[in-house]
Design a protein around this ligand. Structure first.
Ligand code: ATP
Length: 237
């Protein structure tokens, strides 16, 4: 692995009984690079992410995460990865700021309460701080999941459809917060999304998956130019 590569996947293959979910995927994410993984429902995006994190065991292929290959070695670097997928189940009897403070403490933050506040501020959602876990909508839980994933300044953020259930205003805040954070801290991002406007705003490079295979991999402008389209939305459709 070169020094500036945080994730390198080669020849990834995963089957679920008769379904081939991922069929020979190669992908690379450089340090500080923002990459979107897109494609139709069932294309193999989530399975690819899960294989990268070791939550799914592929039949074939190698995954190198932050310089570590093999499932056991990768476990040691997972603390430097942030991950969020769908809405987060929260303990009902904790307020959001207490929940995030608990995580900041687990991550070893020197000032956990401030870390929790800063996490909410980053996404312009301080209004959630005093809400009880039991009282949050699924969209609000999703946002808390994104905050939690970013609080420990990971080197790589892996986000599976982070804005899928959010209203346009909150989605904008989450996107803005992510972009600012990645640029400021040099955090790499691997994100899945069906929202092509979001992909164009967030990502520098796009990987199109279909039927478990990479169809196109390149900078947004190159893909649209190559395929004679004006926007990613046109390419996608
Ligand atoms: P979406 O955009 O709908 O989230 P995706 O691109 O993330 O889709 P995956 O969730 O990776 O796609 O699924 C890829 C294929 O693998 C699909 O055909 C799906 O039905 C199948 N699959 C995924 N997980 C399982 C599982 N646990 N058991 C059986 N089949 C699965």
């Amino acid at each position: 692995m070169t020094d500036d590569t945080v994730l390198r996947v080669r020849g990834l293959r995963k089957r679920y009984r008769q379904v081939t979910a991922v069929d020979g995927v190669d992908l690379t994410v450089a340090a500080g690079e923002r990459v979107a993984l897109v494609g139709p429902n069932g294309a193999g995006k989530t399975t690819t992410l899960m294989s990268c994190l070791g939550a799914v065991q592929p039949e074939e292929g190698t995954v190198e995460l932050l310089g570590q290959r093999g499932r056991r070695a990768r476990r040691a670097v997972l603390a430097r990865v942030g991950f969020a997928s769908g809405y987060l189940p929260l303990p009902p009897h904790l307020r959001v700021r207490e929940f995030l403070t608990l995580y900041a403490r687990l991550y070893g933050a020197p000032n956990p309460q401030e870390q929790a506040r800063a996490g909410l501020r980053q996404f312009d959602v301080e209004g959630l701080a005093d809400r009880w876990g039991s009282d949050l909508s699924s969209g609000q839980r999703t946002v808390v999941g994104v905050v939690k994933a970013t609080m420990h300044a990971p080197a790589l953020l892996v986000l599976d459809e982070p804005t899928a259930s959010l209203d346009p205003d909150v989605a904008l805040r989450v996107r803005g917060g992510l972009l600012d954070l990645c640029r400021r801290r040099g955090t790499a991002l691997l994100v899945t999304s069906h929202n092509m406007v979001e992909v164009e705003r967030l990502a520098q490079r796009v990987i199109f998956l279909a039927g478990g295979r990479v169809l196109v991999d390149g900078p947004v402008e190159t893909i649209t130019a190559q395929l004679g389209q004006t926007s990613l939305e046109d390419v996608y459709l």
